[in-house]
Design a protein around this ligand. Sequence first.
Ligand SMILES: [Zn+2]
Length: 263
Amino acid sequence: MVQLLGVFILAWSLLLGHSPAWAAPPSTIPPEFQALTWTYDSGENSHGPSHWGELDSEFALCDRGQQQSPINLQNANPTDIPNLDFHYRASSVQVQNNGRTLQVNYEPGSYLMLEGQRFDLLQFHFHHPSEHSLEGQNYPMELHLVHRDRQGKLAVIGIMIDRGEENQGLRGVWENLVPAYTPATETSAQINANQLLPAKATSYRYRGSLTTPPCSESVTWIVMEQPIYLSSQQITAFTQLLPANNRPRQSTHGRSLQLDSSP
Ligand SMILES: [Zn+2]
C-alpha cells in the first residue's frame, strides 16, 4: 500500500509537474491549480523551497531526505559504465504551463535502456537558472527529460542549457510557449528528442530525488557533461514566461557520483 501510494504521489506530481515564484492572487488561479501550495519564493513566510517539508506530511523528504536533488556535480569517479541506449522517435507533443514550469508531453513509444531496464520517456520540462551545477558552475537553464519504468521508478536526464545559436530542435516548442495556468494543449509541433541531446553522451550519474515536492527519492539522475544551446532570444522568451524555478542545491550526504568515461 505504501508502495502504491508512493507511485500515486509520484504520478500525481508528474502530472502536475512543477509552480510560481510570484504568488498570484488566489482568485486569478484556476481551480485545478489552487491546491498547488508550494512555490519557489524565498521569503520567510513563503511556501518556497526551505519550507516545502513543512507544508504537507507527504513532503517530509524535502527536509529530511538524505538523497536529495539537485546537487553540485564534481569530484566524480570516471568509470566505464554501460552506455545510455536511446530509443527515441519523433512525436507530436502537448504543452502545458502550470505556473511552475513549461512541460512538454511526449507520445508513448520512446524510451531509454538503462542497465537492462526500459524507461519510457513521458515528458520534458525546463528550469531557469539550472538546478544542478557542474564543478560549481550554474547555467542559464536546464532541461529535464523524465522517464519511468514499469515499477514506477524514474530516470531523469538533466541537460545544461547555455547561450549560443538558436536551438532548431526546440523551435516547435518555442512557437508554443503558452502562458501560466494553461492545461495540456495539443500542438502541431513535431519534436525529436534525439535532437535535444548534446553531441557527446558522457554523463554524471547518481541516486537522487524529484527536485519538486514530494521530493521522492526514487530517481536515477543522469546529468550530461556537455551543454546544449539556446539563443539569447529563446532564453529571454522563457524567462519572461516564468519566474526563476530552480530548487537550490542540496547536500550530497556522501553519495557517490559516477562520471561515464566513454560515450
Ligand atoms: Zn525538473
